[in-house]
Design a protein around this ligand. Structure first.
Ligand code: 6R9
Length: 648
């Protein structure tokens, strides 16, 4: 495979940045010398333990790890109270920006008080240590407060993305046997209130484990309340605040989070306390280069997926960071909304997803150019491989042409960032997640589990246990072992394909199930997508391998055109010309083998709420089938639109 991306970079860090960077080269040396001592130091320096641990790692029951054995701590205390005790109570924890334009700043002192009150309300609702609480909320401060309130009591939260259907909520409630649900009357989306409570009513109707539903008033729309329901404000007011807290065992469960599985029952990935918080706090510090009290940090993820857990709630709040919490979409009420917030709040660290960056590219660089983005000094990317063009665009148009971009590879299962450059330390290679962070041992191996050499492709694995690793799939230990620990002996298999380039940098190629085999050649969907997106006319692209009689699989591409190319594509002949040009372009970038057999011009792509393209559905279309279950899409009607468009 050719290395198209290597025309860009590497970009060495600037001396000014390096001088102030949290990450240091010595971290790699320290971790290599003694990994467990390295993690013990991170755990002790970054967190406050009520009782120190006496063993760093117990791997005797592999693949279920125990980290910081014997240690005890309270996560909510670490994320709130202790910052007040340290004299930082007046520091803003959350700059909340609602979609309709309402704003609310919450200091660490206020956050602490709210968490104590909410924990009191949960207690009054019968929640005890170990009980599960389902959260189904918009991106409002109460989502953060609720998570911490659960943690304060040692209750296990299960956040269900606010856009999921009542069916999805019901299965997740049932799987985790949740006792209480926290929800809201609704939230704002694209300028309109959008109700949430009716979905909860449906999900808890009939036989259910749920005894109480706490409802935040966000939109004030008419909302039916049942016997089970209580308003958040009333519940907080009536309850005795939980000012005291208990310290829990380092391995006490903290949360369950369901991954959007490809088939079958959703997987309840479950995480515990001490190791998770250690790695979330450590990576947030060294990868995002946060300087608490100075930086304004913004992670655009939703708390409904793991990035929101680790990099809105736990990592940043454990570190005492000031951050933006935004309720809405990037284009409401206008396409400059994000940049307006960056300007107004002086955001210095901005962490988002490649799909969002490509969407902004599609809207045009004139839009961010209207705002003063000079506060930005670090950019981050997560969720899928970032194509080098999007990387360059991000740096040039949002990062003033100089901000380091950290491309962070990790998973719901890994709990926290596993691979990334360290800004100020590493030279950056656009498009590559590069190398494991200090303390992590990632590798690329062949079918037999042997490390591949430079220039070779294989499977991404993690060799040694890490603090924030999942401790299992809720209620299904065997499935945990089968899914992650059976492909290779003694190694965690991440499910991703990867390549080591000539310099040893690791390039994540996407899920192995997204790797195609065309005439015996292994091709990565993301590599072809990246090539397509580097064509002037293309804004976004999704590639699938469609069954083909001759070649095994054939490359089928779905592309969204940039604004300027759209008029041209309205004419059939011109569109055909454009499609041919794109094929030639891919051929040039990667090789003739990668040329898409079919390129379909579409207006939208099917995406999950976390912004991942659901290639499975596109594969159905490419193979001439009726598209499968589309209920987990951000907009379930997208598939109908694509199919209708193709029939024209
Ligand atoms: C954090 C998150 C995990 C999967 C993962 C991989 C893809 C995430 C990536 C990336 C390339 C990156 N992925 N970050 N691929 N480069 N920087 O996204 O968790 O939703 O569980 O997804 O996402 O395929 O295996 P999750």
């Amino acid at each position: 495979m050719s290395e198209t991306a290597e025309e860009y970079g590497p970009f060495p860090p600037s001396p000014e940045f390096s001088q102030q960077a949290v990450g240091q080269k010595s971290l790699y040396e320290e971790a290599d010398a003694d990994r467990e001592a390295f993690w013990a130091k991170q755990a002790r320096e970054r967190l406050t333990w009520a009782k120190d641990f006496d063993e760093v790692l117990d791997w005797s029951e592999a693949p279920v790890a125990k980290w910081f054995v014997g240690g005890e701590l309270n996560v909510a205390y670490n994320c709130a109270d202790r910052h007040v005790e340290a004299g930082n109570g007046d520091r803003v924890a959350l700059h909340f920006v609602g979609e309709p334009g309402d704003e609310r700043d919450i200091t660490y002192a206020e956050l602490t008080e709210l968490v104590q009150k909410a924990a009191g309300a949960l207690k009054a609702a019968g929640v005890e240590k170990g009980d599960r609480v389902a959260l189904y909320l918009p991106m409002i401060p109460e989502a953060v407060i609720s998570m911490l309130a659960c943690a304060r009591l040692g209750a296990v939260h299960s956040v269900v993305f606010g856009g999921f259907s009542s069916d999805a909520l019901r299965t997740r409630i049932a799987d985790g046997e949740a006792k209480v649900v926290i929800t809201a009357d609704g939230g704002y989306r694209r300028g309109k209130p959008s109700a949430l409570k009716p979905a909860v009513d449906e999900a808890v109707s009939g036989e259910t484990t749920v005894q109480k539903v706490i409802v935040v008033k966000r939109t004030g729309e008419e909302t039916e309340m049942t016997d089970k329901d209580v308003w958040w404000d009333d519940a907080l007011e009536a309850a005795e605040p939980a000012t005291e807290y208990e310290a829990f065992d380092s391995e006490h469960p903290l949360f369950i989070l369901y991954t959007s599985g490809t088939t079958g029952k959703p997987k309840g990935i479950f995480h515990t306390t001490g190791g998770y918080l250690t790695q979330a706090a450590y990576t947030n510090a060294v990868v995002h280069d946060v300087h608490p009290g100075e930086d304004v940090y913004w992670c655009t993820a939703d708390v409904g997926w793991v990035t929101g857990h680790s990099y809105i709630v736990y990592g940043p709040l454990a570190n005492g960071v000031t951050q933006v919490l935004y309720e809405g979409t990037p284009d409401s009420p206008h396409q400059g909304r994000w940049w307006e917030i960056v300007q107004n709040k002086k955001v210095s660290i901005f962490y988002t997803a490649p799909t969002a960056i490509r969407t902004c590219m599609k809207w045009g660089k004139e839009i961010p150019a209207e705002y003063d983005l000079s506060s930005v000094r670090v950019l981050g990317s997560v969720g899928e491989p970032i194509n080098p063009e999007a990387w360059m665009w991000f740096r040039d148009n949002i990062g003033e042409g100089s901000a380091p971009i950290v491309d962070t590879w990790w998973q719901t299962e890994t709990g926290a960032i596993m691979m990334s450059a360290l800004p100020g330390v590493t030279s950056l290679v656009p498009g590559s997640a590069q190398a494991p962070v200090p303390g992590i041992t990632a590798d690329v191996v062949d079918e037999e589990g042997k490390s591949v050499g430079n220039g070779e492709t294989g499977y991404l694995v993690i060799r040694d246990p890490w603090p924030s690793m999942l401790r299992g799939i809720w209620g299904d230990l065997q499935r945990y072992k089968d899914t992650y620990w059976s492909r290779f002996e003694d190694m965690y298999f991440a499910g991703d394909g990867a390549k080591r380039d000539e310099d040893g940098n690791i390039w994540v190629l996407g899920r192995v199930d997204d790797v195609m085999n065309v005439s015996g050649h292994r091709l990565s969907t993301s590599e072809i997508e990246s090539a397509l997106v580097s064509h002037d006319a293309v804004a976004e692209a999704a590639v699938v391998g469609a069954a083909d009689e001759t070649t095994g699989q054939a490359v089928c591409a779905f592309v969204i055109l940039r604004e300027e190319a759209r008029d041209q594509a309205a004419d059939d002949d011109k569109r055909e010309e454009l499609v041919q040009a794109m094929r030639t372009h891919v051929g040039k970038q990667i090789g003739a083998i990668a040329k898409p057999k079919t390129i379909l011009v579409v207006d939208e792509l099917p995406k999950t709420r976390s912004g991942k393209i659901m290639r499975r559905l596109l594969k159905d279309v490419a193979e001439g089938r009726e598209a499968g279950d589309a209920t987990t899409l951000a907009d379930p009607s997208v598939m109908e639109k694509i199919q209708a468009g193709l029939k024209k």
